[in-house]
Design a binder for this molecule. Structure first.
Ligand SMILES: [Zn+2]
Length: 437
């Protein structure tokens, strides 16, 4: 184990995790200047982007200058480099500098390959320590296999990992391994997987009672979408405590602490800007803005600088009850997901609860139909379980219209489909929340 935290302490790196925010900014500034020099040498993409803006890494001598002068990039910048130069890594780094090839999930388009460097990321290790993972523990890993060197985090904590695919076909093996090895953490579950687990429980095909299976777990990390009411209810019924988790601009991640009051980011490794989604001015704490991320340790992670994630978040920099001083995030949606109907802005998150409130669509599978940002009619495709309760599609549709109108003030048009139709649109842990037709 690379850290010296006492087993009983709550923070793995107390000095960093509870650092005064003024000191944190100086710390970030020092790391940033080193990072820029590294990225310029090792990333053909950034050398080109900065070169065409007439900039050298050495021209930047402070965070303020960085914020004023360094150009933004996004997934399309990486895709364009990949197409122009035929480089599968999009110029982010050279293959010889990569230790693993991860990728974005491809929910909103062609996945982008993210070449991970050598070294160990600390962010997840701190999150897991807070949940209660200690040296000698087993951690159950149920993640998509393409997501990079997953075992580094358990190793950083002196824990072992047992690997499963993010798929219901693994539940049988996972149940048995959970009872035998008594893992303390499950990383990670998602809404669709919890729904599949509940379905298999109902139909009696799981080999053990889920309350027994979950009894060794101190926490279950939740990835993908917002956790719906039904999925949370099922998980808590089995005794699993959910910890929400999100990516921080494909550079790092953020996870809830045991206070469950926002997702903690590791700001010593990622510099986070919350900006006007249509521009470049900073947005104050508490207001919705786009998360823009810069890796402060590009040697080990994805070398991204001022990367516009298109993720809309609210943040707070006030200290958390757990004592951490790092930024806390509350994800609210994706930049391209907003629709404006007669001047009312609506994000998928705004109608989630309404969809879940109708029993046949309690799984929360739906898509906004978005033909442009501004539209005259709110159109929603909703997945439902037709075998439940035996009500007619007409009355399910009427309930949905009523619930959505009560929640956003606009009566929608509803296209009712089977849940499976939407689940087929995966990646397995989430579905696209917006469709063009
Ligand atoms: Zn906290």
């Amino acid at each position: 184990m690379s850290h010296n935290a006492e087993l009983s302490t709550r923070m793995l790196d107390e000095k960093i995790e509870s650092m005064d925010r003024g000191d944190l900014r100086s710390y970030q500034e020092n790391r940033l200047l080193e990072s820029l020099a590294y990225v310029e040498r090792h990333s053909p993409l950034f050398a080109q982007v900065w070169g065409s803006a007439g900039l050298r890494a050495a021209d930047i001598s402070s965070l303020t200058e960085f914020e004023a002068r360094i150009p933004f990039v996004d997934k399309d910048t990486v895709r364009a480099y990949r197409t122009t130069y035929g480089d599968p890594l999009g110029g982010l780094r050279r293959m010889a500098d990569a230790s693993a090839l991860s990728s974005t999930t491809g929910t909103t388009g062609d996945p982008v390959v993210l070449p991970v460097g050598h070294g160990d990321g600390v962010g997840l290790a701190r999150d897991w320590w807070e949940i209660g993972v200690r040296p000698g523990d087993a951690v159950a890993f149920m993640l998509f296999t393409f997501r990079g060197p997953a075992w580094l985090t358990p190793h950083a904590l002196g824990a072992s990992c047992v690997l499963f695919d993010h798929h219901p076909s693994e539940f049988d093996r996972w149940c048995r391994a959970s009872l035998e090895l008594e893992p303390t953490l499950l990383y990670l579950l998602s809404g669709p997987l919890i729904m599949a687990m509940a379905h298999m429980e109902q139909t009696g095909v799981l080999p053990y009672a889920l309350a027994e299976v979950f009894s060794s777990y101190k926490g279950v990390v939740i990835g993908g979408d917002h956790l719906g009411i039904q999925a949370r209810h099922d998980l808590e019924r089995w005794g699993g405590e959910p910890f929400l988790h999100t990516a921080v601009g494909d550079v790092g991640s953020a996870t809830e602490c045991r206070e469950h009051d926002g997702l903690h980011a590791s700001e010593d490794t990622v510099f986070i800007e919350i900006l006007d989604p249509e521009g470049s001015s900073p947005v104050p704490d508490g207001e919705v803005g786009e998360l823009v991320a810069t890796n402060l340790v590009p040697q080990s992670g994805n070398p991204l600088v001022r990367y516009r994630s298109e993720d809309l978040v609210r943040v707070s920099t006030a200290p958390c009850r757990c004592g951490r001083t790092g930024m806390r995030l509350w994800p609210v949606g994706r930049k391209g997901d907003e629709v404006v109907i007669h001047g009312h802005s609506i994000l998928p998150m705004d109608i989630w609860r309404a969809v879940e409130s109708v029993p046949e669509s309690a799984a929360g599978y739906f898509q906004l139909i978005r033909t442009g940002r501004e539209m005259d009619v709110l159109k929603v495709r909703v997945g439902h379980n037709a075998t439940l309760g035996g009500r007619s599609p007409t009355s399910v549709r009427e309930d949905l219209i009523g619930a959505i109108e009560a929640s956003v003030g606009i009566a929608p048009e509803i296209d009712l489909v089977e849940n499976e139709v939407l689940l087929r649109l995966g990646p397995p842990h989430k579905i696209p929340r917006v469709a063009s037709s």
